[in-house]
Design a protein around this ligand. Structure first.
Ligand code: KG4
Ligand code: ZN
Length: 339
């Protein structure tokens, strides 16, 4: 398998990694979280500017850590979509330039395909078909992974992504950004049964509910109404740990139910979980417990591979490189693109 240097700049992480044979030779991630924290979310212009500031340092660092020069690199990859266009363009332009200068093939990688490939870095012998539950700040999807480049979207959120909902609820509870890790920690001290919250089912025109699609905007509104009600009742301080545990419980129930149902319906015996929300302790425990009686294997990559990184992009590109799927240099960044 090829040795690939990849760049990931789709959101607020400037990342460069070198991967060979599904082995990480180096993985550098310069997080911008501190820069965006005062704004309570990612500011696109600030993100693009910071990627420009960080990219050269990250490239040098990745080559140094891998103890390689350009002679040891077989191809250059970058995330091309989906994401913030200005942010994507920094990584994409850097990768195309390096591919021309060093005469290496170029590979544009879909960000979600990268998240799928994170599990191959954990489990190099993993083979399709399997089900991937992708839960991040921008996406909530159930993907049937059939082969390299062949993915069928079986379910997704109809509104907010799971991570986005964690971030919005955390903002509402004045817990800061990003919200997922704070809510996750608080939830361990709270009672998940304290407040009943809705699951977010999608009604079908013919009656009944969609088995795999979900919705989180109603849940977010339900938490808002709950907080307003408690404040009207003069409850002070707010029982934030119980609210966090009840909210997280509702998200985890919704994701677990759909993922298990989908794996069983499609006869898939392996579930790979990816994206920032895969770091959630409640989701890890509940999904593993629910999968066990059905003999379903569940893989949760380590945290550094769940959140945005370039190793997952390099791993996907290495497989495309082996299959001769080279991308044209005319490939452009796109804010939205189906996998
Ligand atoms: O995959 P990621 O790093 O970036 C995107 O592609 O979106 O995911 C970031 C998201 C944020 O919304 C963050 O709040 C959420 O992942 N997150 C978590 C946890 N850690 C990060 N959500 C729940 N529990 C966590 N422990
Ligand atoms: Zn991501």
């Amino acid at each position: 398998m090829a040795t690939i240097l990849a760049i990931e700049t789709s959101c607020d992480e400037t990342a460069v990694a070198i991967v060979k044979n599904r082995n990480i030779l180096s993985s550098v991630v310069a997080s911008q979280i501190k820069l965006h924290q005062p704004y309570g979310g990612v500011v696109p212009e600030v993100a693009s500017r910071q990627h420009l500031e960080s990219i050269n340092f990250c490239l040098d660092q990745a080559l140094e850590e891998a103890q390689l020069d350009w002679g040891g690199i077989d191809g250059v990859a970058a995330t091309c979509a989906p994401g913030l266009v200005g942010a994507l363009l920094v990584g994409l332009t850097a990768a195309k330039t390096l591919s021309v200068v060093h005469r290496k093939p170029f590979f544009g990688v879909h960000h979600l395909e990268g998240h799928i490939y994170a599990t191959y870095l954990l489990e190099p012998t993993l083979k399709p078909p399997f089900l991937c539950l992708l839960v991040s700040g921008g996406h909530t999807s159930l993907l049937h992974v059939q082969d390299c480049g062949q993915y069928e979207m079986l379910g997704s959120t109809r509104d907010d992504a799971a991570g986005e909902c964690f971030d919005k609820v955390a903002r509402l509870l004045k817990l800061g950004y990003p919200g997922g890790p704070v809510i996750d920690r608080l939830a361990t001290r709270g009672n998940p049964e304290a407040f009943p919250l809705p699951e977010g089912k999608i009604s079908l025109p013919q009656g009944g509910y969609h088995p795999y699609d979900c919705s989180f905007s109603g849940l977010k509104t339900a938490v808002l109404r709950l907080v307003e009600k408690l404040e009207e009742q003069g409850v002070d301080p707010l029982p934030v740990a119980d609210i966090a545990a009840s909210f997280q419980g509702a998200v985890v129930r919704s994701l677990t139910k759909r993922t298990i149902q989908c794996a069983l319906d499609y006869g898939l015996d392996t579930i790979a979980v990816g994206g920032g929300v895969a770091a959630n302790q409640g989701l890890r425990k509940t999904l593993q417990t629910a999968a066990a009686p059905h003999q379903l294997k569940v893989y949760f990559p380590p945290l550094r591979l769940c959140t945005d990184n370039a190793a997952m992009i390099a791993c996907a590109a290495a497989e495309h490189c082996d299959r001769g799927h080279i991308s044209p240099l005319t490939l452009n960044a796109q804010s939205r693109l189906k996998i």
